[in-house]
Design a protein around this ligand. Structure first.
Ligand code: NAD
Ligand code: UDP
Ligand code: UDP
Length: 311
């Protein structure tokens, strides 16, 4: 088989950089495009000299004309402080960016995968979340640019499928963590680890009883690649996440213990529309893709702490 040409939008981001590395390892030719809004060239510094890797500065809200066999469409800021900094651009990135990537996929007959999110379930009234759940999303709140942007992107993916029989794949990614996260991205894992390492109080928002389920990045990347490699009839949406659920208070206590820190805990105001609970049902990923996460929380978190300690 000829070398597969793969486009990764958001390729200089946290998940994108891990994905590029995994694709290169299996022999693909990788073109990463990124506007460096929340990602950075330094995330893929180790790949820049690789003969099958290319990095291009490009904003996906503008058309992109390249030749490719597969598109992983990851471009979009993912942490609340980044996606809320320029919310109009966030919606544009999800909506216009998806139209452009779908138009590109249609022209070159490429498979195209969307990195959607568990945020499409909003503040879920059904727990845990199966793919059939339609969600409980505020259309006009501060998180809406991200949530509704991704929901519209999903709509576009399924309409291109219905109208043009495009080979689409939609992954609904739950909270993902690991080495390569920005220390300043404001997400709970990076905040707590940095605070614990500095001996500062950990900032728990609200009562800390809200829950999330955290997937280690190598597991997630494996799931994305399996989904892309799945047959034409598999479109998703498919949940990708680790079903082990924690309260934020438990996360704070575990991180303090893993770091061996003497940090205390401060309780701050809960941001608006913060989902109260989140846990994926992953039966579909297991049955259709043969995928289950393999990295336990303490193991993944130890790697992540090590990364932050040495960066
Ligand atoms: P990230 O912010 O590290 O990566 C996103 C990348 O997209 C960045 O490099 C950024 O510069 C780039 N980007 C943003 N807007 C762009 C634009 N208009 N044109 C080109 N590039 C642009 O975030 P991440 O955690 O790596 O997330 C990657 C994808 O996975 C996102 O689509 C996100 O919505 C999705 N996702 C992530 C998580 C998570 O927990 N990390 C959970 C659910 C979904
Ligand atoms: N597009 C792109 N690269 C391509 C082909 C299309 O960026 O190789 C963009 C193009 O600018 C268009 C969008 O994708 O706005 C949607 O393309 P499509 O062909 O579906 O729609 P149309 O061009 O008919 O509006
Ligand atoms: N959170 C927290 N302290 C922080 C950062 C986040 O308690 O310093 C909480 C946040 O309110 C949310 C959860 O941790 O309930 C996960 O937040 P994150 O931004 O990591 O992800 P998301 O809310 O997008 O799932």
């Amino acid at each position: 088989m000829a070398t597969r040409r793969v486009l990764v939008t958001g390729g200089a981001g946290f998940i994108g950089a891990h994905l590029c590395r995994a694709l290169l390892e299996r022999g693909d030719e990788v073109l990463a495009v990124d506007n460096f809004y929340s990602g950075a060239r330094s995330n893929v510094a180790d790949l820049l000299g690789h003969p099958r890797f290319e990095l291009q500065r490009h904003d996906v809200t503008f058309p992109l004309y390249v030749e490719t066999d597969e598109i992983y469409h990851l471009a979009c800021p993912a942490s609340p402080i980044f996606y809320q900094r320029d919310p109009v651009q966030t919606t544009k990135t999800s909506v216009v960016g998806s139209i452009n990537m779908l138009g590109l996929a249609k022209r070159v007959k490429a498979k195209v995968l969307l990195s959607s999110t568990s945020e499409v379930y909003g503040d879920p009234t059904v727990h845990p979340q199966e793919e059939s759940y339609w969600g409980n999303v505020n259309p006009i709140g501060t998180r809406s640019c991200y949530d509704e942007g991704k929901r519209c992107a999903e709509t576009l993916f399924f309409d291109y499928r219905r109208q043009h029989d495009l080979p689409i794949k939609v992954a609904r990614i739950f909270n993902t963590y690991g080495p390569g996260m920005r220390p300043d991205d404001g997400r709970v894992v990076s905040n707590f680890i940095m605070q614990a390492l500095r001996g500062e109080a950990l900032t728990v928002y609200g009562t800390g009883e809200q829950t999330r389920s955290f997937c280690f990045v190598s597991d997630l990347v494996d799931g994305l690649i399996r989904l892309m490699d799945s047959p034409h009839e598999v479109t998703g949406p498919i949940n990708l996440g680790n079903p082990r659920e924690f309260t934020m208070l438990e996360i704070a206590e575990r991180i303090i213990a893993l770091v061996g820190s003497s940090s205390t805990i401060d309780f701050l105001t809960l941001p608006s529309d913060d989902p109260r609970q989140r846990r994926p049902v992953i039966d579909k990923a297991r049955d259709v893709l043969g995928w289950v996460p393999t990295v336990e929380f303490d193991e993944g978190m130890t790697h992540t702490v090590e990364y932050f300690r040495t960066t």
